[in-house]
Design a protein around this ligand. Structure first.
Ligand SMILES: O=C(O)C(=O)Cc1ccccc1
Length: 332
């Protein structure tokens, strides 16, 4: 059984840095670079890797839609963890080039969008070419050379022998990316967790989304993400990606998910896993206290249900009472 970790490659991607952190805290013995997100998932599905690491969200660009769609439509693997990393973007070329000579800029769509302003200000005339990853773009530019730039991780520039021509080119500082670890396991609760689901709303009717959100609001559950994506069946038909604080083993979260399943049926669990960032003790305590209250209430109800006498017949029959009342009125 392999312990390899598949990731969006080739070597030098931001995802590789994330995968290395996962390796450092596990017994994984090998990193397996893959050409795109679907390939990462396939590597785990066929057993070439035990887990996979893929980018899911960027602070400047929002969701990595290829990943959301792959998780919703192309696999039954589950998210088992997440991590957030700062992302520094540089522009690099095979040999020194002046910015006004650049004819092509290659990179992953998220990286191209994250430095949109710099691109239009400094490279207005250059063609933008999307690559499967930043390192893929670096490899292309290293191979072809000429008046071409790749927008990449500084480490990738070094690895592919490129020369950095501009640094810190993202539209805002503090650009970071969230990566998820996917596999077959549903990890146990840690007290600081998150649950991701996709809900397919069957009927397009007023209030359908509100009804879904109310399930969480009524239970005082915090949603950290809500995003709609086309279902790809019909124009105008959407599904909703929700991230809710807490683990599906938490009573309150379980209760909400059961309500979502009851009202929407077509619900896909994407995973229940430890949230990134430091655990907030007060929040963890609230969840524990809350679970105790839910269990108390369930126990109270179970006690009363246990006292039901199923052999007892009702002491009065309403139809007999109605007949008696009518007869008394008519003097019959
Ligand atoms: O292409 C990469 O290096 C990736 O890991 C995907 C990505 C691209 C841009 C920002 C963050 C992650």
């Amino acid at each position: 059984m392999t312990t390899a970790i598949a990731y969006l490659g080739p070597q030098g991607t931001f995802t590789e840095s994330a995968a290395r952190l996962v390796t450092a805290s596990s017994d994984a013995d090998e990193l397996l670079p893959c050409g795109d997100v679907i390939e990462v998932l396939r590597a785990v599905e066929v057993g070439d890797a035990e887990r996979g690491v893929v980018p899911i969200e960027n602070t400047l660009e929002g969701s990595v839609t290829a990943t959301l769609d792959a998780l919703a439509f192309d696999t039954d693997l589950l998210i088992s963890g997440e991590l957030e990393l700062p992302v520094a973007l540089v522009a690099a070329a095979r040999e020194a080039v002046s910015l006004d000579e650049v004819a092509e800029v290659h990179s992953h769509p998220v990286a191209l969008s994250a430095c949109r302003r710099w691109l239009s200000k400094s490279l207005g005339g250059a063609e933008r070419l999307e690559a499967a990853s930043t390192a893929r773009a670096a490899a292309t530019v290293a191979e072809v050379g000429g008046p071409r730039l790749a927008i990449v991780n500084p480490l990738a520039a070094e690895r592919y022998g490129l020369e950095v021509v501009a640094r810190d080119i993202a539209d805002r500082s503090g650009n970071s990316t969230r990566f998820v670890v996917v596999g077959r396991t549903l990890p146990a609760p840690t007290g600081w967790d998150k649950t991701s689901v996709v809900v397919f709303i069957e009927e397009n009717r007023p209030g359908a989304l509100l009804q879904l959100l109310e399930i969480f609001a009524e239970r005082e559950l915090n949603l950290t993400k809500i995003e709609s994506r086309p279902t790809k069946h019909e124009l105008g038909e959407y599904c909703f990606f929700l991230d809710v604080e807490g683990h599906l083993a938490d009573e309150r979260v379980g209760d909400a998910l059961a309500a979502v399943k009851r009202t929407h049926r077509d619900v896909k669990l994407l995973g229940s896993y430890r949230r990134s960032g430091a655990r907030r003790t007060t929040e963890a305590e609230r969840i524990a206290a809350d679970d105790a209250a839910y269990r108390d209430a369930a126990g109270w109800l179970a006690d009363w249900r246990g006292r039901i006498d199923r052999s007892a017949t009702p002491p009065v029959d309403p139809t007999e009472v109605a007949t008696a009342v009518r007869n008394a009125r008519t003097g019959g």
